[in-house]
Design a protein around this ligand. Structure first.
Ligand code: PMP
Length: 399
């Protein structure tokens, strides 16, 4: 069960004996993703959507096939509901600046939570400072989940949007997304889910959830950096004004007046990250080849083994719930997380130490930073053992 899902050999950048435990920051790339990117640049490369020559037409088919693949992967009704972006950060900024600017007005409220990543906080603050919306923050339960009872009690008809992480990048806590959709919709608010840490770890079906917006990045899903997805319900996308202006997002341009393309092209100004789309396609094929259920079960078992082993260390505090998805955050009394990370690195164990772009959560936990181990399909029991051995060394060094 706790072997690395027999896929470690697919990852050429993970040398033998290196425990890579920073997948929540970015996943390593399997050979089929690297090959798809390499093949695109080395053999089939051309621009998309504009060329009259065969190579460009073929590349356009491949690029749009990636959009179809993403739609199927997350249960979207149609590929036209999939907007390609540079990543989750850009996806959320797009919603804030297009949908938010057009549909929210002074005095409207939005609800976030205490555990959000800065990319699901700052875009809303920028909008607040521009148009005068109010931001409310749902608290967490004692074990580090978004407290949906409290969220429900906070929601009013003035709330137009609830924007929450599907899986916390620090605590690994998994949101009850169906309930989040129900309680947002009960007051007429839309639900945006930040799915960055969910899509690599759980099966996701946006239609079954009943979400309105869903954002994620390709690089955390074993795909390339600089590429991401915004899914939105088609009626919502249709009513969203353009955001970035330029080529590819227009219908007709004159100096007097410009009309715009329908979604998703309306939100994709400029030459896109063509090869990013092909890389994401290969990444989705890869993870679905293993199966998201299997990945989830595997990572949950690794989390359990890690928490069991670390909970025996007296000076160590574990953050987050028992059933975290693939992510374990912890602190050791009297030791800065950066020192934990540095000592672990000496033993060839790579973890993340810092605020994880979630400073309000750090303040809530009463710490400046945490140490975080996060798992992927290439991890197994040997990585957990290396982590535990490294932590024991930390506790010896710091007495
Ligand atoms: N949300 C969450 C929960 C994340 O973990 C991250 C990446 N750390 C982001 C948003 C932002 O993703 P990106 O930097 O790829 O845009």
């Amino acid at each position: 069960m706790l072997r690395p899902l027999d896929h470690l050999a697919d990852f050429p950048a993970i040398p033998a004996g290196w425990a890579y435990l920073d997948t929540a920051a970015t996943a390593q790339k399997p050979a089929p993703v690297i090959a798809a990117i390499d093949r695109a640049y080395a053999e089939t490369y051309a621009t998309v959507h504009r060329g009259v020559y065969q190579r460009s037409a073929d590349m356009t088919i491949a690029y749009e096939a990636a959009r179809e693949r993403v739609a199927r992967f997350i249960g979207a009704g149609s590929a036209s509901e999939i907007v390609f972006t540079r990543g989750a950060t850009e996806s959320i900024n797009l919603v804030a600046q297009s949908w938010g600017q057009a549909h929210l007005k002074r005095g409207d409220r939005i609800l976030l939570s205490m555990l959000e990543h800065h990319s699901n906080i700052v875009p809303w603050q920028l909008l607040r400072d521009r148009i005068g919306i109010e931001i409310d923050v749902a608290p967490l339960t004692a074990d580090g989940r978004i407290d949906l009872d409290a969220a429900q009690a906070m929601l009013t008809p003035a709330h137009k949007l609830v924007a929450l992480a599907h899986v916390s990048n620090v605590l690994g806590s998994v949101l009850d997304v169906r309930r989040a959709a129900e309680l947002a919709h009960a007051v007429g608010a839309k639900l945006l889910l930040d799915g960055c840490q969910a899509v690599p770890r759980l099966p996701v079906d946006v239609a079954a959830i009943g979400a309105d917006f869903y954002a994620f990045s390709a690089h955390k899903l074993y795909g390339p950096t600089g590429f991401g997805v915004l899914w939105a319900r088609p009626d919502i996308l249709d009513a969203m004004p353009p955001w970035h202006g330029g080529g590819a997002m227009i219908d007709r341009v004159t100096f007097e007046r410009t009309t715009y393309a329908p979604p998703p092209a309306r939100f994709e100004a400029g030459t896109p990250h063509i090869v990013g789309a092909l890389g994401l396609h290969a990444a989705i094929d890869y993870v679905e080849g293993i199966g998201l259920e299997a990945i989830h079960a595997h990572e949950t078992a690794l989390v359990r083994a890690t928490r069991d082993a670390l909970s025996a260390i007296n000076s160590l505090t574990l953050f987050g719930p028992e059933d975290s998805a693939g992510i374990v955050s912890f602190g050791i009394e009297g030791v800065h997380p950066h020192d934990i990370g540095t000592i672990l690195d000496e033993g060839h164990v790579a973890i993340r130490a810092g605020h994880h772009c979630a400073q309000p959560l750090m303040a809530h936990l009463g710490v400046d930073a945490t140490a975080r181990a996060s798992f992927g399909v290439y991890n197994g029991e040997a990585d957990v053992a290396a982590l535990v051995k490294g932590i024991e060394r930390v506790t010896r060094i710091f007495g």
